[in-house]
Ligand binder design. Structure first.
Ligand code: AP5
Length: 215
């Protein structure tokens, strides 16, 4: 499959992307995961991105496009990909359109995950994430807890709260989403690529996405 996942912070993009990638081996490309791994590694990219991320601001488009142009040309993308958290602004969506044309890649469609704001706020304050940059498994202390000793069920590393999970940063991320990312819904509607799913149960959403792909 070749799809984009759109949705507010906490809508469940990462959770749905991981489930979808298990179906046919399509690779999950999360710009958030790539940036968090760069921050942890202390690379130049990570140093530049950290301040933006901790505040809940978007990282500049030029940095993200450089990452994505290289990432989409890696061999594991040939089988299929699920873009999680990219594109995030109209300029990113426009540049992606040209990039896909240049690489002769056509998307199946763009999934918009619709989740009520109160559910989102609850999910973000209860989320926990594996601290191992190569794993980054997502947990939730209510709906999907890690091991009782606070370690990851997949790799055994400590499970932590992200640096952008303070109440202030969460509210700012939601404002940033409304101002900069929500306009992509209209953009992809005009392109005829948008498919919206009310998403309260991730497994059910995944089944609906697969049915839509098969139709
Ligand atoms: P990113 O990592 O993409 O964060 P986000 O979009 O804010 O999304 P989240 O990861 O917070 O949420 P999600 O929708 O993946 O939800 P999840 O599955 O975890 O980006 C982080 C930062 O990086 C940005 O703020 C920005 O600075 C930068 N960045 C990234 N991409 C960029 C770009 N393209 N341009 C510029 N800057 C960029 O689920 C949330 C919680 O809910 C979890 O605990 C999960 O277990 C739980 N949950 C999920 N589904 C369900 C369910 N159905 N029922 C119960 N619980 C559920």
């Amino acid at each position: 499959m070749k799809i984009i996942l759109l949705g507010a912070p906490g809508a469940g993009k990462g959770t749905v992307a991981k489930l979808l990638s298990e179906i046919d081996g399509s690779v999950q490309i999360s710009t958030g995961d790539i940036l968090r791994a760069a921050v942890k590694a202390g690379s130049e990219l990570g140093k530049e991105a950290k301040g933006y991320m901790d505040r809940g601001d978007l990282v500049p488009d030029s940095l993200i496009m450089k990452i994505m142009e290289a990432r989409l040309q890696e061999p594991d993308c040939e089988k299929g990909f699920i873009m999680d958290g990219f594109p995030r602004t109209i300029p990113q969506a426009e540049e992606l359109k040209s990039l896909l044309q240049k690489l002769s890649i056509s998307l199946d469609f763009v999934v918009n995950l619709e989740v009520p704001r109160d559910v989102i706020l609850d999910r973000l304050t209860t989320r926990r994430t594996c601290s191992n940059p190569a794993c980054q498994e997502i947990y939730n202390i209510k709906s999907n807890p890690p091991n009782p000793d606070g370690t990851c069920k997949k790799c055994g590393s400590p499970v932590i709260q992200r640096d952008d999970e303070t109440e202030e940063a969460i509210l700012h991320r939601l404002e940033t989403y409304n101002a900069k990312t929500a306009p992509l819904i209209g953009f992809y509607e005009k392109e005829g690529l948008l498919r919206s799913f009310r998403s309260l149960e991730s497994k059910k959403t995944v089944e609906e996405i697969v049915k839509t792909l098969e139709a």
